[in-house]
Ligand binder design. Structure first.
Ligand SMILES: [Zn+2]
Length: 219
């Protein structure tokens, strides 16, 4: 089974994908991990991707798609795979369909996480990261044990530049919407999109979203 996770940053995609994969023994495949794996192994695709990543540029579709293709081949005996961070564009979605069709497979479900914008912005403004070990904290949801200090390594926590300005976050979320809309329309036409709301205001968190999703796919 192939599942795609969609949702703006700050909606908790990683958390939801993590719960689902743990519960069901599915594989969680994020493009970030895939890039890191290829780069650390020094694969041809990894070397290519690194040229872009190290300059802070987006990795071109062809490289990303080839990596996903190779990985899906490796994982062909797994009973479930959750893709996180791919596809990002309509073009990538179409290429993914081609890859899967070649193996007699398809995208089975798309989980689209939705969180009210002001909650996302609030979450991001409260986010602190460790520059050393990259751990992330949230001053409200999961604060560090000692104020301003990383639980893991004792470094001083910082605010990421792009998390410090609510207007900038709002713009980024708007860009996400514009880019993802065609993708959601594409999958909606196939009737496989399940919207899961995650919101503190209505006390609905990742666990409930996962339970609801499992109910849907068993129907
Ligand atoms: Zn740390």
């Amino acid at each position: 089974m192939i599942i795609i996770m969609l949702g703006a940053q700050g909606t908790g995609k990683g958390t939801v994908a993590g719960i689902l994969s743990k519960k069901n023994g599915w594989i969680q495949l994020s493009t970030g991990d895939l890039f890191r794996e290829n780069i650390s192994k020094g694969t041809e695709l990894g070397i290519e991707a690194d040229k872009y990543i190290s300059k802070g540029c987006l990795v071109p579709d062809d490289i990303t798609i080839s990596m996903v293709k190779t990985k899906l081949e490796e994982l062909k005996d797994e009973k479930g795979i959750i893709l996180d961070g791919f596809p990002r564009t309509l073009e990538q979605a179409k290429r993914l369909d081609e890859i899967l069709a070649g193996k007699g497979e398809k995208v089975d479900w798309v989980i689209n996480l939705e969180t009210p914008r002001d909650e996302i912005i609030d979450r991001m403004l409260n986010r602190r990261v460790c520059p050393q070990c990259k751990a992330t904290f949230n001053l409200k949801l999961h604060p560090p044990k000692i104020e301003g200090i990383c639980d893991n390594c004792g470094s001083k926590l910082v605010i990421r530049d792009d998390d410090s300005d609510s207007e900038a976050i709002r713009k980024r979320l708007e860009i996400y919407d514009t880019q993802t809309k065609p993708l959601i329309d594409f999958y909606n036409k196939k009737g496989i999109v399940i919207v899961e709301e995650i919101s503190e205001r209505i006390n609905r968190f990742a666990d409930e979203a996962c339970e609801d999703f499992m109910k849907h796919i068993k129907e």
